[in-house]
Write a protein that binds this ligand. Structure first.
Ligand code: SF4
Length: 315
């Protein structure tokens, strides 16, 4: 059977909303675009501006240089800090090197930085739930003394915590975690440490929660789910895990070259979503690829999103 005839078995593709770029990612990408127009290239960005390979590759083609270490940037140059947030030590190092910093940290990540500092000042011990290799926890935990916090990644880590000597404990989290897994861990910790404090609002951001809710609804309607996003993207990985947890075969793909036709065998309904760092053009390319045979495409809006963040006054 040819690829085309397999594709023809599908009857409909549901393109779920919300999907793709969130307000923080849109803002960070726009900051780089404005900076290119204003200052030209080479322009330096510390870490991937957002965790999407296509976004990074497109900027590289325009002359943007992505670095991990501050000392890779020539003295006196401009550097943009990524949406994921950075520890204060990097700001200090950049300034000492005479660099001009343009900060693309998402305001919702900055909120967690400020919470960490405030709770530490108030004498709290911080239990921070996040991925140890992701830049976001490194930025948040870099705001406070190592002795003021512990990083846990999952329920197993939570079960190993011994905090009986801590009078004031608060839990903060990375913005892109699984809402359901986090809830389970928080409930467990509340039972163990009844005096545990939660911040006024959950740190998992609106975009992460909305995309997860949309995938739960989508899973009830489709046979297979495609998540468009990069493996570096924490929220994209969570969407894939959630689709699987909802009982649907779910695949995370960067682009159409990673799609395997046998994923769609016996699938009449295919659901498509995308992580918060995935640009629309990539989602469109994938939809075009899998609808080659003229299969219908339907938008499925689960939650209406209208949030946007203003650009910094000075870029
Ligand atoms: S996923 Fe949430 S925290 Fe991360 S950049 Fe987007 S809005 Fe900000």
């Amino acid at each position: 059977m040819t690829n085309k005839s397999k594709v023809q078995k599908r009857k409909i593709i549901y393109l779920v909303k919300p999907r793709g770029f969130c307000a923080g990612v849109k803002r960070a990408v726009e900051i780089v675009e404005v900076a290119i127009r204003k200052y030209g290239v080479p322009l330096y960005v510390r870490h991937q501006i957002v965790h999407n390979r296509r976004v990074v590759a497109d900027f590289e083609k325009q002359g943007v240089v992505f670095v991990e270490k501050i000392n890779e940037v020539p003295k006196g140059a401009k550097i943009i800090f990524s949406a994921h947030g950075s520890p204060p030590s990097l700001y200090k190092e950049a300034l000492q090197r005479g660099l001009t910093i343009i900060d693309a940290t998402c305001p919702l990540v900055t909120k967690v930085h400020l919470e960490a500092k405030r709770y530490e000042k108030e004498g709290y011990f911080i239990v921070y739930l996040g991925d140890k290799d992701h830049p976001e926890p490194k930025g948040v935990l870099g705001e406070i003394k190592a002795s003021s916090a512990v990083l846990i990644e999952n329920l197993e880590d939570a079960k190993k915590l011994t905090l009986s000597d801590k009078k004031k404990i608060v839990i903060l989290t990375q913005t892109t975690l699984s809402f359901d897994d986090t809830k389970e861990i928080v409930i467990y910790l509340q039972k163990q440490f009844p005096h545990l404090t939660l911040p006024p609002a959950f740190d998992i951001c609106y975009a992460t929660q909305n995309r997860q809710e949309a995938v739960k609804a989508l899973a009830k309607m489709v046979d297979v789910i495609l998540v468009v996003g990069s493996r570096e993207s924490s929220n994209s990985k969570r969407l894939k895990d959630l689709g699987i947890a909802c009982g649907r075969p779910t695949y995370l793909v960067d682009d159409s070259s990673q799609i395997k036709e046998n994923w769609f065998e016996n699938a009449d309904k295919v659901g498509v979503t995308a992580g918060a760092s995935t640009p629309d053009r990539l989602i469109s390319e994938i939809v075009q690829y899998i609808r080659k045979s003229g299969v219908a495409v339907e938008e499925l809006e689960i939650i209406h999103e209208q949030i946007s963040f203003a650009l910094p006054i000075k870029i």
